[in-house]
Design a protein around this ligand. Structure first.
Ligand code: SF4
Ligand code: SF4
Length: 133
């Protein structure tokens, strides 16, 4: 199923912002600069990275995000580390499982969440985790 980036972004905003700990009680993004949210600042790259993977292994998606999104993100240091990621302050990393699930569902694919036990990444992609951005 083909979806435009705008459609996918609207779907992901609806799914992620509604559970994001940065969201205010008024339903707005509470970041000082909402446009700085890496998930939406780099959304075309995010959507392309996720759609380039056909797997039920979340690790494959994590690698695609690191390769295609983090590599062009202003927050990644030259050595590949990311302070925002380490501090669980990147919504893309924090909610990656939900982002993958939303995009795969919107494009007619199914992401098998049972693969979550394969995680080698940090706490960011546990679906039940409360994240403080
Ligand atoms: S930080 Fe990002 S994901 Fe969270 S509410 Fe703001 S725009 Fe949405
Ligand atoms: S994890 Fe860091 S480098 Fe990757 S998108 Fe988020 S802020 Fe950018």
């Amino acid at each position: 199923m083909d979806r435009s980036f705008d459609e996918l972004e609207a779907i992901v905003r609806n799914r992620i912002c509604s559970v994001c700990t940065e969201r205010t009680t008024e339903g707005q993004c509470g970041l000082e600069d909402p446009s700085s949210c890496a998930l939406f600042r780099l959304f075309p790259q995010v959507a392309q990275a996720i759609q380039s993977v056909d797997s039920s292994d979340i690790q494959q998606y994590i690698e695609a995000i690191r390769r295609n999104v983090c590599s062009v993100c202003q927050d990644q240091a030259q050595d590949g580390s990311c302070e925002a990621r380490q501090q669980v302050q990147c919504a893309l990393d924090a909610y990656l499982l939900l982002v993958v699930d939303a995009i795969e569902e919107a494009t007619g694919k199914t992401f098998d969440k049972t693969s979550i036990h394969n995680l080698a990444a940090g706490p960011a992609v546990r679906p039940d985790q409360q994240i403080r951005l």
